[in-house]
Every structure is written in C-alpha cells, then in structure tokens.
Design a protein around this ligand. Sequence first.
Ligand SMILES: Cc1cc2nc3c(=O)[nH]c(=O)nc-3n(C[C@H](O)[C@H](O)[C@H](O)COP(=O)(O)OP(=O)(O)OC[C@H]3O[C@@H](n4cnc5c(N)ncnc54)[C@H](O)[C@@H]3O)c2cc1C
Length: 404
Amino acid sequence: MSEQPDDAELAEFRKRAAAWIAANRPADPGFKLPQTFLEVESKRQFEFLRQWQARLYAAGLLGFDVPREYGGQGVSPAKKQIVSELCSEHQTPFMVNLIALQWAGPTILAYGTEEQKKRDIPRILSADDIWCQGFSEPEAGSDLASLATRAQRTQDGYLVTGHKVWTTLAHFAQHMILLARTDPDAHKYQGLSYFLFPMGSQGVTIQPLTKMTGEGGFNQVIFDDAPMPADCILGSEGQGWQIAMSTLMLERGAAEQSARHRTASLFAQLNRIVELARATPRVGRRAIDDPVIADRIAQLTIEAHAIAYGAVRGEVPSLNQERPMALPLMNKIVSSEWNQRLTDLACDILGPAAALWVDDPNAPDGGMWPRAFMNSFGMTIGGGTSQILRNIIGERVLGLPKSK
Ligand SMILES: Cc1cc2nc3c(=O)[nH]c(=O)nc-3n(C[C@H](O)[C@H](O)[C@H](O)COP(=O)(O)OP(=O)(O)OC[C@H]3O[C@@H](n4cnc5c(N)ncnc54)[C@H](O)[C@@H]3O)c2cc1C
C-alpha cells in the first residue's frame, strides 16, 4: 500500500534528508573507487560502499519501496525520488547492494513466503547481506533457458552442480538468486526453478574474472554438489522461468530511474564533456571550436533531451498501460548506447591523452573517461544485450514476426 504524504510533509522531508546527506556524505577515501556496482574489486572499496548504504538505511532514507513489516520505510515513491535526487545532487556513492535492492529484493517480495520476506528483506536494506545473480552460464547468456546448472532433489534439500559466469559481486555476496534446472526431462522452460542460494555452502568455488579495464568485480562460480536446504526455493519447482522473467524486467527497468534523476544525470555528463572540450587544446584551438566536435556534442544534447522526455513519458500511467515495459526497454537501449557514444567522444577529444590511465597523475579528469568508455560496453550487454532487447521490442511491442 503506497503512502501519499502531503506537500508540506514532503517539503519537510526534503529539508531533513538534504541536511542529513550534506552532513554525512562520505569524504573522498583517498583510494580509487569503482564507477558502478559492476567494478567493486577490493575489500576496502566494498566496505566503504557497504557502510554508506548501511548509514543511509539507518538514517531512514532507504527502503521507500518496501513495506514497514519487512524493514522498509513504508512505500512512498515521492520520498524515494527525493532521496534519489538529493544523492545525485550531492554526488554520493552508489548503493553497493544494487542487485538486491532493485531486482532480487522486489522479486522476493513478489514471490517469497512470509518467512523469506521477513528474513531477507531487512538484511538487504541494511547491506548486512549482499546478493549476486546466478543466471548466465558459459553456454547460456541470451538464450538463458538453455542453462545446464542442476539442482537435484535430496531428502532435505537440493544438491547444485554447474557453472555460472559474469557473476557480479559474487566475491562479497552472502546469497545468490540462482536459476537452475530441477527437471531435465521437462520442456526447457518448465524444468527450471528459482532459488535463494546461500553462498557459504560447501562445494562453491568463486573465481575472479578480470575486465578489459584491468579491474575485477566479475566472477565465475562453480558448484560441485553444493547443498542447499529445501526452503531456499522461491515459488515452486518449475516456476523458475516465470520468476526469472519478473527479475529481468525489474533489472531492465532499473536503468529507468525517475525522470528528473535521469535528466539530471544526463545533463551533468553533458556539462562535463563541454568542460572537457573547452579545456582541451586541439590543433591550435580549443576542442570545442572544432565544428566536428561541436556537432557531436549538439547531437548528444538533442538525444539527451529525447531520452529525458522518454523517461517523463514512462511516468505517465495512461501511456504505459497496454505495454508497461516498452518505454523502460527502449530507455535501457538508448541510454546505454548514448553513454557509449558520449564516452567515445570524450576519448576522441582527449586524443593521445586518452591513453593515460586512472593511476597516472597526468591523466585528464583523473583518467575517468577511458575507464568509463571501456565500462560503457558492459551496459549494452548486461541485463540483456541491445540486440536481444530490440528483438523483444520488435516482437512484443511492435508485433513483428518472431526471429526464431
Ligand atoms: C557488466 C555485466 C554484468 C553482468 N552481470 C551478470 C550477473 O551478475 N549475473 C548474471 O547471471 N549475468 C551477468 N551478466 C551476463 C549477461 O547477462 C550476459 O552477458 C548477456 O545476457 C549476454 O549473454 P552472453 O554474454 O552469453 O552473450 P551471447 O548470448 O553469446 O551473445 C553474443 C552476441 O550475439 C548476440 N545474439 C545472441 N542471440 C541473439 C539473437 N537471438 N538475436 C540477435 N542477436 C543475438 C548478442 O546480442 C551478442 O551480441 C553480466 C554481463 C555484463 C556485461
């Protein structure tokens, strides 16, 4: 049930939240921080981020999409939006437990038993338990339903055997949302079940994978007869595909933040690139005076306005009733591809200086642009590649014939 505070209460809340965030925003820790939750590599990065989430929650500023009986602040989208805007304004660290906050937790709220909700949701909010997502496998990414990891029934639970890959945050996680095959003889969609897997189980090996930036954050997870109690199942056996689709919809929609938040972050990035183009010399003049650079910035500005208006349209119920996921899916595609072109342009503006990496004292803007450019490719892959999302929009929104 959504709580709808009046304007006076919201104004008072904004004042209180702004004061708390301004006073408690963590200082620069003096070591390299990850740009997103996908690159949390070291223990000190993780602890820094975990503590920030825990403090935000303890201050009553996190969990406005969770009912009070599960540790939330009561469902108030308006308050959630205010905190999100203030965090963006004050450039606070991101929420490290994002997988749990944005898609594992809401899936548990939708399908979990009372016991699962009461046990897991408060610890997700407080960042006491970190969650990772075990869907992808070496031979099952876009075609997720062909996954081979088995969860075999035993007397008191299941034994898991298989191999998950690209598992963000597995090295810090206490739990995994795990999609595994419980019935190998059933049709590939019907044979799957969804589990809340305890990562501390025996028979689990977590191996780090290095990205092209040289950073970690990804892992592969190998299960060798790893035991799991029977009450780890979410929903019922065979319901895994249906639940996984809900999770993926939440994951894809997570790119669709509030319209104002999205607009603020798009234009903040544009401002930074304009500053960069003003500050960078290019054959005897400023890069911004090069008509090709100016034209590319203008094009990105036009697209940023289109994305921002798309986000506003996503908040108008009457425009979204028939196909609620159409706008979020489109937004995920266009904003991730926009981000790739923006960071590509930044590297072009920098020229040879784009080769200076984060640790180099001469790297412009602390080396953030080449790092962001490399990281931008993951955004067009994770949660469903741009090609797959275009297929979904073509088939389910535009009604085009199925690709296969
Ligand atoms: C940053 C990042 C974080 C991730 N985090 C996680 C995580 O925490 N947990 C997890 O389970 N997974 C995670 N993943 C994995 C991600 O979900 C998969 O990479 C993604 O689903 C694509 O699968 P794949 O890599 O196997 O590529 P493939 O499925 O092998 O695709 C290869 C190429 O073929 C194209 N393609 C495939 N099928 C079609 C088709 N039918 N039509 C058109 N083109 C097609 C794809 O678009 C892609 O370009 C993450 C990935 C990234 C990049």
